[in-house]
Design a protein around this ligand. Structure first.
Ligand code: URA
Length: 246
């Protein structure tokens, strides 16, 4: 059962990323913010957070204690607040989400597409990333050369990467057409899929993350689009291998 929590309006607005105390006060006084459908200009008014909805700039924003969302990352975007050569994935999110400091859970390379999770919940982030939690990340890789049985065997048995103390093995690895493969990894090391496939003797030309845990990138989420995750979806994101149906 959920705990009933009451918050003062100004504090609630700030927590949802609608700006500094000064910005929120200014907007409240101008009557620019609706609370549960009604204009409210009293920053001290108290509201139950359960079911609370703000309307700001014409958009509805249900109150969320923690933010957790997924994006279909397009190619050509960097997972950094300070990108060096390409625009940032954060430029694809609305300002309140960036202000409340959602972070990417496990970065994707600028040319990788697919499932990218953002949250401001540090514990969820830890549970998804930590190799000890064994949360599978499933990728589809297109390779430059035909994928051989020897390469699949090497990826399943483990390949040695520079700077790694021990070989890294895929949790699962299946061919997908002559030059494609599906690979499931427990870790999220730097360029891990590309480096593992290179170590096995091939070369990745396109990479797409399809799923994390039991959560699959929704088919109807277009590249560049994002959506909130509900509690069931969040639970799916944390399902460890091998119970996850990746
Ligand atoms: N492995 C890679 O090589 N690149 C990614 O973007 C993700 C996993």
């Amino acid at each position: 059962m959920r705990r009933a929590v009451k918050l003062r309006l100004l504090r609630a607005l700030q927590s949802q990323g609608f700006g500094s105390r000064k910005d929120c006060l200014y907007r409240l006084r101008r009557g620019e913010i609706r609370v549960n459908g009604e204009v409210c200009d009293n920053p001290e008014a108290e509201f139950e957070t359960e079911g609370l909805v703000f309307t700001v700039d014409g958009a509805d924003w249900p109150y969320r204690e923690c933010a957790c969302l997924v994006m279909h990352k397009p190619a050509g975007y960097e997972c950094s607040h300070k990108p060096s050569h390409h625009p940032s994935v954060f430029s694809l999110l609305p300002t309140p989400l960036v202000r409340r400091k959602v972070q990417c859970v496990g970065r994707l390379d600028q040319d990788t597409t697919g499932l990218l999770v953002f949250t401001d919940d540090g514990q969820l982030q830890h549970r998804m990333i930590s190799p000890k939690k064994n949360v599978p990340k499933r990728y589809r890789a297109d390779c430059a050369e035909d994928v051989t049985d020897a390469q699949l065997d090497a990826l399943r048995a483990g390949v040695q990467l520079n700077d790694e103390p021990a070989p890294l093995a895929a949790l699962a690895c299946e061919p997908c057409g002559a030059r494609g493969l599906r690979l499931v990894l427990a870790e999220g090391k730097y360029h891990q899929v590309k480096r593992m496939i290179a170590a096995a003797g091939n070369h990745v030309v396109a990479l797409h993350r399809e799923a994390i845990g039991d959560y699959r990138l929704p088919d109807d989420l277009a590249p560049g689009g994002w959506r909130w995750l509900d509690a069931d979806d969040r639970n799916k994101l944390e399902q460890p291998w091998p119970s996850a149906k990746s």
